[in-house]
Design a protein around this ligand. Structure first.
Ligand code: DGL
Length: 295
């Protein structure tokens, strides 16, 4: 596989698009695609749920593969990267933005909402709601990136849903590079997962939130290991709940597209071929073109 040369240039991602700015009465055009971004592949777990919940919608996805991982960087750097991704999508014309990254949702959501004239949805609040509704004993464990855990965003979001909940959050930084490498099964990810689950098992949680959009790609291993260690434990992620929240928001603002013409356009900032390979495995269907852009 040769990832050295971009297979297409900046132009490709922009072709035929008008900017997505609201008209003079503040209305966004419902025919525009939804913008979705993450540091890399992880956000595709959210794209898959959006495509299932809203099959008529076009999705413009950006994976910032040149700068992944975000989870080990300072909040200030993540905010700067997030602003670059958001601007690239808004400039191409989108009607709403889904921040399919917990790390960005944890530290940059308010900045993006203040910067942009369109609806912006993150993944942490939907994830927190999914966790509370899946939990019987309200003992909730969270695995996330170092940045997400350090931000305290999950405990805040869970406690805003239920003040009785107890939350234990632990970073699992090695899981993001494993996913980006496509290393989704075998002894290496299994050992890493087992190690990261230990503090959650000690805390006797009954729900584990996958607080990073990369982690659902390792879900089979995480579920197997969690059940082996803890017995009856639920593993939840925010993708389904985020798609449901997005569907509600589009309907409420008359921004939904009813006819089935959905399509997914993929942009990355580096390594388009390896991205395309995992994307095909993950989203199914025929191989998709992946365009490289500069931020
Ligand atoms: N998938 C992202 C998240 O949900 C980012 C992971 C990373 O780049 O470290 O946090």
């Amino acid at each position: 596989m040769d990832d050295a040369a971009p297979e297409s240039g900046e132009r490709n991602g922009r072709e035929g698009r008008a900017g997505g700015a609201p008209d003079s009465r503040g209305r966004l055009d419902p025919r525009l695609p939804l913008g979705v971004f993450d540091s890399g592949l992880g956000g595709l777990t959210v794209v898959r749920e959006i495509a299932a919940a809203l099959p008529g919608e076009r999705i413009l996805y950006l994976g910032d593969t040149a700068r992944v991982p975000y989870g080990t960087r300072s909040a200030a750097t993540v905010v700067r990267y997030a602003q670059g991704c958001a601007r690239a999508l808004v400039d191409r014309g989108v009607k709403a933005l889904v921040v399919a990254c917990n790390t960005v949702s944890a530290v940059a959501l308010d900045v993006l909402r203040a910067d942009l004239d369109l609806p912006v949805i993150g993944v942490i609040e939907p994830g927190a709601r999914a966790a509370v509704s899946a939990s019987r004993r309200l003992r909730i464990g969270v695995l996330g990136t170092t940045g997400t855990v350090a931000s305290g965003a999950y405990p805040r979001a869970v406690l805003s849903v239920s003040t009785r909940a107890e939350i234990v959050a632990h970073p699992a930084p090695l899981l993001v590079p494993l996913v980006e490498e496509g290393w989704l099964d075998g002894e290496v990810p299994r050992l890493a997962v087992r190690r990261y689950l230990e503090p959650l098992a000690r805390a006797d949680v009954d729900v584990i939130v996958l607080g990073c959009t990369h982690y659902p790609l390792l879900r089979p291993i995480i579920e197997e290991e969690a059940r082996a260690m803890m017995g009856d434990v639920q593993v939840v992620d925010s993708a389904h709940a985020t798609a449901a929240e997005l569907a509600g928001l589009l309907a409420e603002r008359s921004l939904a597209i009813p006819e089935p013409r959905g399509d997914i356009e993929l942009l990355v900032t580096d390594r388009p071929r390896s991205f395309a390979e995992v994307t095909t495995r993950f989203l199914g269907g025929p191989p998709r073109e992946v365009h490289v852009i500069d931020l």
